[in-house]
Design a protein around this ligand. Structure first.
Ligand code: NAP
Length: 544
């Protein structure tokens, strides 16, 4: 349970016990699932999307907390597959908020008539591979049953909300929610004593939005983050017109960069220029919107080493400048990880919020939360009375939503058991013993639609290859899977993300094996690898 109020959108539909048969089943109708349905139809496959929500959007359906928005430039976030769509849609803000993005995805679903292929209000409970039929049987918690030769789990990488198992959590007499299940009709926080647990990208967006309306806001912080100003703004008509002429260039840049964002590193090393020149460059980047502050920085700023440490110091000083109380400022300066090791949140007014009289910051690393009481939160050294608790405590990322489904492969082995020491896949998309299952999450990190489109092109082309060449099933060889897992683990050691505790390595979930959950490669490298595999007749796969 991730919400202390009513659970929404789980009423169920189509639960008449009849098995609905399709070529392909797609679980999830977010950015990836919607595009999968579009592609499948184009390639002549019958397909059924299934979603627990009552509408499309995935992340953009569920995350309705105040301040929710992406940190990618809007025009780099939309789908690129339809020129008509690109020319029709006008983004209103440089970094669109949840309502705008949800509207966009609904527009896409309507324009391409995708809704008729989706069964909403249906939470998938299990998926079982039936070997003698070469079909996946997918069952909903409401009794719905579907069968398909292929199964695509487009369930999202940050969709299984995580609420810590605090003692007494259900004793709380007030209202509580996890940010990813913010009620559709909002939460009344006006004049209330509100506690927010967590200070990741979600909390950083939420906190400044709610602080002005609550009576008192108590923020429980375990780890301070490096946050950078977003510098969002509206897009006027003229600018949008001009952006529409630049789409080919925008997507070209995205396709060439590591995370598919529209920022390119400066080819110089930070340490190759004078300290004055370096600082001047940092300041210029700092004044610009978005992720460019590090992704357009010197090429070595995001690699472990002196350039990274130098920039980390610059950002720490930026934080100190914003917060009036030096004790609070020091609490907000990260001490236990370097810049970029955790995902850097973009902020709008976050640090200034701590200058407000009705906001207090509590260090729960020094005095951990011991329990939730009927009246609020009890830490090792104090009790905080609250009317509302908001858990901004993150996600069981990448594998969480996938493994919440009971996925039984050949010989009835649960994928959850197979992944007990970390994901075991070939290129993040396929796993030995699970024929015709495409576990797409681990392969689609970065600027989401930019990653989802080429990935879904590859997956659906692969399905068409199977069909059109007289095969019926595809799964990786054990050698290919072993080699991929070795590559992820060994080459993962060279990237910043494996140097700290975060969702990227599963370290935020007690008991979850620590392993890099995504590929260690950049987006262009991953795309090239996949295309090389398909060009070589699906090298590393066994086709039957
Ligand atoms: P998160 O980054 O995992 O942050 C969770 C927070 O909860 C952390 O501060 C964590 O502290 C804290 N926490 C967890 N368990 C706790 C416990 N037992 N006691 C005290 N504190 C606890 O989750 P998130 O903020 O939801 O963000 C997840 C990801 O979603 C982001 O990294 C980003 O990729 C994506 N996201 C993107 C946007 C955007 O595009 N702008 C916005 C929101 C989210 P520790 O750090 O100490 O573990």
């Amino acid at each position: 349970m991730v919400n202390g109020q009513q659970q929404t959108d789980s009423s169920g539909a189509g639960a008449d016990g009849k098995i609905q048969e399709f070529d392909a089943i797609v679980i999830g109708s977010g950015v990836t699932g919607l595009y999968a349905l579009y592609r499948l139809r184009k390639l002549g496959f019958s397909a059924r999307g299934i979603d627990e929500a009552s509408g499309v959007g995935g992340t953009w359906y569920w995350n309705r907390y105040p301040g929710c928005r992406f940190d990618s430039e809007s025009y780099s976030y939309g789908y690129s597959f339809s020129e008509e769509l690109l020319q029709e849609w006008d983004w209103k803000e440089h970094f669109a908020g949840q309502p705008e993005t949800e509207r966009y995805l609904n527009y896409v679903a309507d324009k391409f008539d995708l809704r008729k292929d989706i069964q909403f209000n249906t939470r998938v409970k299990s998926a079982t591979y039936i070997e003698k039929e070469n079909r996946w049987l997918v069952e909903g918690t409401d009794g719905s049953k579907f069968k398909g030769q292929f199964l695509i789990t487009a369930v999202g990488i940050l969709s299984a909300g995580y609420v810590p198992d605090f003692e007494g959590i259900n004793d709380f007499k007030g209202t509580w929610t996890h940010t990813s299940r913010w009620p559709k009709d909002g939460m009344d926080l006006k004049g209330k004593r509100v506690g927010v647990i967590g200070t990741g990208a979600t909390a950083v967006q939420l906190i400044p939005m709610i602080a002005p309306e609550v009576a008192h806001l108590t923020v429980f912080q375990r780890t301070a983050n490096y946050c950078a100003p977003l510098r969002n703004g509206p897009i006027d008509e003229e600018t949008m017109k001009e952006i529409k002429t630049r789409y080919p260039e925008i997507f070209r840049i995205c396709n060439e960069t590591a995370g598919s964002f529209m920022h390119e590193f400066d080819p110089r090393s930070a340490m190759s220029v004078s300290p004055e020149e370096r600082l001047d460059y940092y300041e210029k980047l700092w004044a610009k919107p978005g992720f460019g502050k590090w992704l357009a920085n010197f090429k070595d700023v995001m690699l472990p080493g002196p350039a990274n440490e130098d920039y980390a110091e610059f950002v720490k000083n930026k934080i100190r400048e914003r917060v009036h109380d030096p004790v609070v400022a020091e609490m907000l300066v990260p001490k236990d990880h370097t810049f970029g090791a955790k995902r850097v949140p973009c902020e709008t007014g976050y640090y200034d919020t701590y200058n407000r009289k009705n906001v207090s910051l509590i260090d729960v690393r020094q005095a951990p939360i011991e329990k939730i009481t009927a009246n609020g939160v009890k830490t090792a050294d104090a009790e905080y009375d609250l009317d509302v608790i908001i858990y901004a405590t993150g996600y069981d990322a990448v594998t969480g939503a996938l493994l919440n489904i009971d996925i039984y492969g050949e010989d009835g082995i649960l994928l959850r058991d197979k992944f007990v020491d970390g994901p075991r896949t070939y290129m993040g998309v396929s796993s030995v013993g699970y024929p015709n299952l495409f576990t797409v999450n681990a392969a689609s990190v970065g600027n989401f639609p930019r990653a989802a489109e080429p990935l879904m092109d590859w997956v659906t082309d692969c399905m068409a290859y199977v069909r059109d060449n007289g095969y019926t099933r595809i799964a990786p060889t054990l050698e290919a899977e072993d080699a991929w897992v070795k590559h992820v683990n060994e080459d993962g050691e060279n990237i910043l993300r494996t140097k700290t505790t975060s969702w990227f390595v599963g370290a935020n979930i007690p008991g979850k094996a620590r392993a890099l959950l995504t590929a260690p490669d950049t987006a262009p490298v991953m795309r090239a690898k996949r295309l090389e595999v398909s060009a070589n007749g699906y090298e590393g796969f066994e086709l039957i």
